[in-house]
Design a binder for this molecule. Structure first.
Ligand code: SF4
Length: 63
């Protein structure tokens, strides 16, 4: 099965909607909640969320 998303920047695999790496099904993605994710994708999304929380904590510590 192939998939095409109008938000994907061909060549860089960057999401033009989220201004970040394309990870189908991630929070903010047009597919969020609409598709079943593989274990690998769920792990990548969980890692992404962890990194986001770390950035928020670091930002909070600076103020
Ligand atoms: S993350 Fe989602 S919305 Fe963004 S390019 Fe990938 S599939 Fe499309």
């Amino acid at each position: 099965m192939t998939f095409y998303c109008k938000n994907l920047e061909i060549g860089t695999d960057q999401c033009m909607k989220l201004h970040s790496e394309c990870i189908p099904g991630r929070p903010g993605c047009v597919l969020e909640g609409r598709v079943a994710l593989s274990e690998e994708l769920e792990e990548r999304i969980a890692k992404l969320e962890e990194e986001r929380l770390v950035r928020i904590r670091e930002k909070g510590n600076k103020s």
